[in-house]
Design a protein around this ligand. Structure first.
Ligand code: 8YV
Length: 328
C-alpha cells in the first residue's frame, strides 16, 4: 500500500502529479470550518503532510495524526509548528530555505523605498486628484543611498538585503544576530553590534529574524524608544517578533519616521487596525516570496523534500534535524 499524504494547499498540476507518483493524495484547499471533519479524518490517516505556512495546524490537531512521519511546508518559516513536539515524535519538519532569499530581499527593498520616498501616500494623492502644486518640503522623502542600515537577523535573507544595500545603495551595514556572520562582514563590510547599539544608530532597521521563543516580542516599547526620530522600521520576518501596539504608538507619536510591514500579528490584518489609518505605514499583505518564479521553486523544493524525507533522507532542508532522536 502506498503512503497517504495530506495536501492542503493547491499545487500546479505537474507538481501534484509528481506527488501522486509516490503517494495516495488526500487533497484539501486549506483547513477551515467547512472542511474540518473531513480534514481531521484525513489527518488521522496521513503519513505525510504538505501545505503552506499561512495555514496553521496546531499541536492539538497534530496529536491526532498518529501515523504522521513527515511534515513538509512550502515556506522557510516553520513557526506554525511546535518543532520540539514534532521532534519528540521523531517527525522531521522540512522547509524551503535558499530559493526565496533574493525575492524576499527585493520585497524588503520595495518596502524600504516606498517608506523613504512616501511612494504610496503620494501615489494616492495623484490618483485622488489632490496633486495641485509642485511638491514642497512637507511632502519630501528621505534619501536611502549612503545611509546606515541595521539588519536584525543576518541569515540568508539578511545577507541578500545587505548585498543590495551595500553594492547598489552604498549603505553602511550593521547587524545583530545570535552569532557573528564573518561572511557578511567580509562581503558587505557589515559590522556586528549589540541590539541596543544597532537600534540607536541606524537610519533604517530591517527585521529578518525567524520567530522563535527567543525572538518573540524582541522589538517593543523600550526598543522603539531607542531608535532615532528619523528611523524607518521594516519588518519582513513575522508579526510576533515585534510588539505591534508599541509600533503603532511609535508611529502615531512620530517617535519614529515610518514603518514598512509585510507581516502582522494577525493575518490577514483586520481593516480596523490603527495601522490602516497611518500615512507613515506602508503595508504589504505578506508577499515576501510571492512571485510566480519563486513560489514555483518553493513548491518544487517542498515536494522534493517530502519525497526524500518519506524515504528516510532528511539530509537537506530539515528544520528540526538537530532535535530529532534518531537521525535518519
Ligand atoms: C510565505 C513565508 O508566506 O516562507 C515563509 O516563511 O513567510 C512566505 O514565503 C508562505 O509561507 C508561503 O506559503
Amino acid at each position: 500500500m502506498r503512503p497517504k499524504v495530506l495536501l492542503y494547499k493547491p499545487l500546479p498540476d505537474d507538481e501534484r502529479q509528481r506527488l501522486a507518483m509516490h503517494f495516495d493524495i488526500m487533497e484539501f484547499d486549506g483547513f477551515h470550518r467547512d472542511n474540518e471533519i473531513e480534514f481531521l479524518a484525513a489527518l488521522r490517516e496521513a503519513e505525510g503532510i504538505i501545505g503552506g505556512s499561512g495555514i496553521k495546524l496546531p499541536t492539538e490537531r497534530l496529536e491526532q495524526a498518529s501515523k504522521l512521519k513527515v511534515a513538509s511546508t512550502i515556506s522557510v518559516g516553520t513557526d506554525q509548528y511546535d518543532l520540539d513536539y514534532l521532534a519528540r515524535r521523531n517527525i522531521p519538519v522540512m522547509h524551503t530555505p535558499g530559493v526565496l532569499n533574493e525575492t524576499t530581499a527585493d520585497t524588503m527593498f520595495a518596502l524600504l523605498m516606498c517608506t523613504a520616498r512616501r511612494a504610496l501616500e503620494l501615489s494616492n494623492m495623484v490618483k485622488e486628484g489632490r496633486w495641485k502644486h509642485t511638491i514642497g518640503p512637507d511632502l519630501y522623502g528621505t534619501d536611502v543611498h549612503g545611509k546606515t542600515l541595521g539588519i536584525v537577523g543576518m541569515g540568508r535573507i539578511g545577507q541578500a538585503i545587505a548585498k543590495r544595500a551595500h553594492l547598489g545603495f552604498d549603505m553602511k551595514i550593521q547587524y545583530f544576530n545570535r552569532t557573528p556572520n564573518p561572511q557578511a562582514e567580509k562581503d558587505y563590510d557589515a559590522q556586528y553590534l549589540s541590539l541596543e547599539n544597532l537600534l540607536s544608530s541606524s537610519d533604517f532597521i530591517c527585521v529578518m529574524t525567524p520567530l522563535s521563543a527567543s525572538t518573540q516580542g524582541l522589538i517593543g516599547e523600550r526598543e522603539f524608544a531607542l531608535m532615532k526620530p528619523d528611523c524607518i522600521f521594516i519588518n519582513g520576518s513575522r508579526g510576533k517578533v515585534i510588539d505591534e501596539s508599541a509600533l503603532i504608538k511609535a508611529l502615531q507619536t512620530k517617535q519614529i519616521r515610518a514603518a514598512g510591514l509585510d507581516v502582522f500579528q494577525q493575518e490577514p490584518l483586520p481593516a480596523n487596525s490603527p495601522l490602516c489609518q497611518l500615512d507613515n505605514a506602508v503595508l504589504f499583505p505578506h508577499i515576501g516570496s510571492a512571485t510566480v518564479e519563486t513560489r514555483r521553486k518553493m513548491i518544487t523544493c517542498a515536494v522534493d523534500n517530502l519525497i526524500r524525507a518519506m524515504s528516510g533522507d532528511i539530509s537537506q532542508n530539515c528544520a528540526n534535524g538537530h532535535l530529532l532522536k534518531n537521525s535518519r
